[in-house]
Design a binder for this molecule. Structure first.
Ligand SMILES: *Cc1c(COP(=O)(O)O)cnc(C)c1O
Length: 231
């Protein structure tokens, strides 16, 4: 099994090196360890090694894990596709939902968060290519959705999240990240108090940081290949 103490340290070093190369402060980049399809023991080991933030995609799997690790101090980020009929469970089991891409889902998350004392942190998921099958909202619609979310008192809009298409072409890849960063900057110039630009995975961590990412979501490089079979 992967020794997460070692891999976490290596990734922190990689983040620091990528930040140094572009003159950024590494402490401005938050690491979310993506633990989907990973067993509880791996998450426990990561918590013991000082890792705080965890990302999960599959609700049923995640609910079991968050319940088992209640009181551990872990901060849970939902990064999977949000189904409108699952918003109650998502709003109560998670601290963050990074994949909000429509008003209906935002309204329902807000409603169901009323049961908890703290607001739910959310990011708007942006789609960086013209492909209606991909999750996320088109860049030109982000500002309107952000305005709608700002009106919901149980949600705290933190920023944007994106999952750019995989491409072997580093220039194209950088272009996707730059588009997201420009959108993030323009929302902030419009007066929104956003602090999170969530982009970068195992494959493209350094490029994302060079483009301005403040939160990277790393699975494979932390935990190794995903061992739990299934959808
Ligand atoms: C699985 C996943 C990740 C992590 O991907 P790795 O390649 O394992 O680092 C990040 N973001 C999202 C949305 C994911 O689904």
């Amino acid at each position: 099994m992967t020794d997460v103490t070692v891999t976490l340290r290596a990734i922190q070093r990689e983040i620091a090196a990528a930040a140094a190369r572009c003159g950024r402060d590494p402490s401005a980049i938050r690491l979310v360890a993506v633990s989907k399809k990973q067993p509880l023991e791996s998450i426990r080991a990561a918590i013991a090694a000082g890792q705080a933030d965890f990302g999960e995609n599959y609700l049923q799997e995640a609910v079991v894990k968050t319940a088992a690790l209640a009181g551990s101090g872990a901060v849970w980020h939902f990064i999977g596709r949000v189904q409108a009929n699952k918003t109650r469970e998502i709003a109560t089991a998670f601290d963050w939902v990074q994949t909000v891409d429509r008003q209906r889902v935002a309204i329902r998350l807000n409603e169901h968060r009323a049961a908890l004392p703290s607001a739910l942190n959310v990011c708007i998921q942006v789609r960086l290519e013209r492909d209606a099958r991909r999750p996320g909202i088109d860049p030109e619609q982000v500002s309107e959705l952000a305005g709608q979310i700002e009106l919901l008192p149980r949600l705290r809009l933190r920023g944007l999240m994106c999952m750019p298409p995989l491409t072997g072409d580093p220039v194209r890849q950088r272009g996707f990240f730059d588009t997201a960063a420009a959108l993030f900057d323009s929302l902030r110039r419009d007066g929104l108090a956003l602090d999170t630009l969530s982009m970068g995975t195992t494959a493209d961590l350094a490029t994302a940081i060079a483009a301005g990412s403040t939160m990277v979501r790393i699975g494979t490089a932390v935990f190794g290949p995903r061992p739990l079979a299934g959808p």
